[in-house]
Design a protein around this ligand. Structure first.
Ligand SMILES: [Zn+2]
Length: 617
């Protein structure tokens, strides 16, 4: 009982102290928001909002249910605790919670201030399902202020300006692409509306930053690495490599004046289920495990290349659904293939064009996307998967990074084909970007007509078949134009191991023959039995570490008719193993291989020219 009273008393004192600290004059023009990083208690950050003066009887306060770029419902309102609507005397007004994200405030004409605390998503007791770069972090050593996770707005009034004041911890710096009035102890940001507030994350911590001019833009890298195993300087080296390539691809300059890359690292053992980044108009937040060296930096490079290209799509080219984003109940566009797919394609294309990838590496990237796309439902058209991505086709979403990217590539190759190399995807994107830009939009259902009008009549049928319809993209035909050969599947002849099914025995650490029903002549001659475990292959010991070298040696240096000797451990009825040497003469077998893509060794002069135009190689 005493404990209870003590707690009540403390809350009361803290509450009144805050009210005293932040009691601005309420006006009709803007929201005034206050976050005190020093006032965190129990891992919760207090937020105070003085909204514009109201005349309504009641008003709804909202936190975002979903934010742009995630294509997933996050319900940020569920992290709000201790919600209070207060009048100017500090007395509580009646407020009723409508659902996770909405509160109805009564007597709204008396409303002076809304206060609540926010639990961060990273430390939430249960799994939040929130993609980490769209999450929030409140720690002693770092604050990741994805503002949409902390600040809400009044329904129908998200177009009004916000003045955000952050009371910061000594030695901390707030990295963001927002321009603010940065003080010793407080930073103040004037922000034009809720969309812009949501679109500009701020990361507060002891700074490790690097700045560089790239393609006319001032690029800031800010890094938080708890174990100091990676550095902002090194990130900048890798990032500027792709941003230089991007500027080059886009005609010399980047389409922004300032861009901030905020990198929030976590120790490997604490990393969440996924990592990656979320795009914004002039910044991006990366959530990265503290990998060692090259793996970390090349990851940062690839991810930043992708996020940066989001400036083009959807930030400069988008439909009405993104332009007037509804944070509670947005309608999904049919064109995630454009927003995510084209972005993903461009991010790899520039790496090929600038020589970061050689021809083999770029071919591997495409082959990987072809293989991965096969793992999704090929009967669902891209536009339908997009429109219903929040519900029916949630599981298909990741295919926009595979088939969506390949679709972007096909548009590129098709445009080059139709224009005889005069017009590429990048030209189309530039034209659309000039036409629309960040503040205007196209009508979602008219996009294919718009592109057709700007390009070639043949494009309409192309979109109808392969985007609105589920007809497979015409890879073979389009790859041919740039001197690549593609087969969806191909029967190939290769030295056989007997056409048996292989597995692995984790107890013994050996490869194991699982199944012999489909065994070919070689397998029969060898005498494989289910359960056999491979110990030696042509005298070389085999385990997980050596298997790929041993097999590589076999395929490279064995001729048909050569003797093949394999030592196996064969399980006996008593559970023991007995060693047995199996022998047969090497033979060829036939296999079906999927998605074979290779640069044609003897391209025609036209193909060479077109390939050069495409990937600059
Ligand atoms: Zn993306």
């Amino acid at each position: 009982m005493k404990f209870f009273q003590t707690v009540l008393f403390t809350v009361f004192v803290a509450g009144s102290a805050l009210a005293q600290d932040f009691a601005p004059f309420q006006n009709e023009e803007n929201y005034q928001v206050y976050m005190d990083l020093k006032a965190v208690t129990n891992d919760e950050l207090p937020v105070e909002i003085v909204p514009p003066l109201l005349s309504a009887d009641s008003i709804e306060f909202q936190m975002p249910r979903i934010v742009p770029g995630t294509y997933d419902v996050h319900n940020y309102g569920r992290f709000v605790q201790n919600f209070k609507a207060l009048n100017s005397k500090g007395e509580e007004l009646k407020a009723r919670r409508l659902d996770d994200n909405r509160w109805m405030i009564l007597n709204a004409s008396k409303l002076y201030k809304i206060t609540y605390t926010i639990e961060d998503t990273y430390d939430y007791e249960e799994s939040t399902g929130i993609f980490e770069p769209a999450g929030t972090s409140v720690e002693d050593s770092v604050f990741l202020l994805n503002n949409f996770g902390f600040v809400g707005y009044l329904k129908g009034m998200d177009d009004m300006p916000f003045e955000l004041t952050v009371n910061k911890i000594e030695g901390f710096y707030g990295s963001t692409s927002l321009v603010g009035d940065l003080g010793e102890s407080q930073d103040v940001f004037e922000i034009e509306n809720y969309f812009t507030l949501h679109d500009n994350p701020i990361m507060y911590c002891v700074p490790d930053t690097a700045t560089r001019m790239v393609g006319g833009a001032e690029v800031l890298v800010s890094l938080y690495s708890p174990n100091n195993v990676v550095s902002a300087d090194e990130c900048m080296k890798h990032i500027s490599e792709v941003l230089d390539a991007t500027a080059d691809y886009l005609g010399g300059t980047l389409p922004v004046e300032k861009y901030a890359v905020l990198i929030y690292c976590v120790p490997l053992e604490e990393a969440g289920s996924s990592y990656g980044a979320l795009e914004h108009h002039t910044s991006t937040v990366l959530y990265m495990p503290e990998f060692d060296g090259e793996r970390f930096y090349s990851g940062v490079r690839d991810i930043t290349a992708h996020e940066f290209f989001h400036i083009i799509t959807p930030l400069n080219i988008h439909s009405e659904m993104i332009n007037d984003f509804n944070f509670i109940d947005p309608e999904m566009s049919e064109h995630i293939w454009l927003y995510e797919g084209v972005t993903e394609y461009n991010s790899h294309l520039v790496q090929a064009r600038s020589g970061i990838y050689d021809l083999t590496e770029f071919t591997e990237v495409l082959k990987d996307k072809l293989d991965q796309a096969d793992g999704f439902n090929t009967d669902i058209p891209l536009t339908i998967a997009s429109k219903f991505t929040l519900d029916f086709f949630k599981d298909e979403y990741m295919n926009f990074y595979q088939k969506g990217a390949l679709a972007g590539m096909c548009v590129d190759l098709k445009l080059m084909e139709l224009s005889n190399g005069e017009y590429r995807l990048v030209d189309l994107l530039k034209e659309l970007g000039d036409m629309y830009g960040p503040d205007t939009f196209f009508v979602d259902e008219n996009l294919f007509e718009i592109i057709t009008e700007h390009t070639y009549p043949e494009m309409r049928e192309f979109f109808a078949r392969h985007f609105e319809g589920a007809e497979p993209l015409p890879y073979a035909e389009l790859f041919e134009t740039v001197g690549f050969s593609y087969w969806e599947e191909l029967e190939i002849e290769q030295l056989t191991l007997g056409n048996v099914e292989l597995g692995f025995n984790f107890e013994t650490g050996r490869l194991k023959i699982e199944e012999t029903q489909e065994m070919d002549e070689f397998g029969k001659e060898m005498g494989w039995m289910p359960g056999d475990e491979i110990m030696e292959f042509n005298g070389q010991p085999v385990d997980l570490a050596t298997i790929s070298d041993v097999m590589g040696d076999f395929y490279e240096n064995t001729q048909v008719g050569d003797k093949v000797e394999i030592l196996v451990a064969r399980p006996q009825e008593d559970g023991e193993y007995k060693e047995k040497k199996l022998k047969a003469k090497a033979q060829l077998g036939t296999y079906i291989e999927q998605n074979i893509l290779q640069a044609n060794p003897n391209p025609t002069p036209e193909q060479i020219e077109r390939r050069k135009l495409w990937i600059n190689q």
